[in-house]
Design a protein around this ligand. Structure first.
Ligand code: C5P
Length: 206
């Protein structure tokens, strides 16, 4: 069973994906980490984020082991990731790894922006997880503070709006619900409620 979970930044898709993976005993890939990893490699080497050839090389040699680096979760890395993620050669270089992960015998859970539309159009279940920008900014601020990082909610909201516009506006694999995706608005739901709703949406497919 392949579960494709897409949605904008801080919509709750990562939390949901992790929980569903644990529930069904499936491996989980947070594909945002791949783009964050490419951005981090460029920043570490002093290469420009706009250097598509350098970004493509970084994507080609990205070692999955690097995806544990805590710096990947920093706010600035999400912003940098969305810049490199708009480059078609970077996206192309990351497709094979994601499809191989999805092909794990028994199935897998992948979350990102284009899983249901580009990476796994044949997924058994596609969920498109959304929430209002204000709710997402509040959640992201809370998450950062919990990790001891500073968080200005107004700044985070501005970042979220910029990132949404860049992710939805790019030509290659824009953030978009697949036509056959189930929409799940989490604005007024607790984590438990989101999980319960997701299970109900998945039930017919299993
Ligand atoms: O999900 P996360 O916030 O970690 O993703 C960081 C950035 O990586 C996103 O803003 C998006 O530009 C890019 N991304 C993508 N396609 C994916 C996952 C993430 O373009 N499947």
């Amino acid at each position: 069973m392949i579960l494709a979970i897409d949605g904008p930044a801080a919509s709750g898709k990562g939390t949901l994906a992790k929980r569903l993976a644990a529930h069904f005993g499936l491996p989980h890939l947070d594909t945002g980490l791949l783009y964050r990893g490419v951005a981090m490699a460029l920043l570490d080497r002093g290469d420009a984020l706009s250097d598509e050839a350098a970004a493509e090389r970084a994507a080609q040699v990205l070692a999955p082991a690097l995806l544990d680096d805590p710096r990947l979760r920093e706010r600035a890395m999400g912003e940098a990731a969305s810049v490199v993620a708009a480059q078609p050669r970077v996206r192309a270089a990351l497709i094979a790894f994601q499809r191989a992960f999805a092909a794990t015998p028994g199935g897998a859970v992948l979350d990102g922006r284009d899983i249901g539309t580009v990476i796994c159009p044949e997924a058994d279940v596609k969920l498109f997880v959304t929430a209002s920008p204000e709710v997402r900014a509040m959640r992201r601020a809370l998450e950062l503070r919990t990790r001891g990082q500073p968080a200005d909610e107004a700044e985070i909201l501005a970042d979220i709006r910029i990132r949404d516009a860049r992710d939805a506006g790019r030509a290659d694999a824009p953030l978009r619900a697949a036509p056959d995706a189930e929409l799940l608005d989490t604005s007024d739901l607790s984590i438990d409620e989101v999980f319960t709703k997701a299970l109900a949406l998945i039930a017919p497919a299993i």
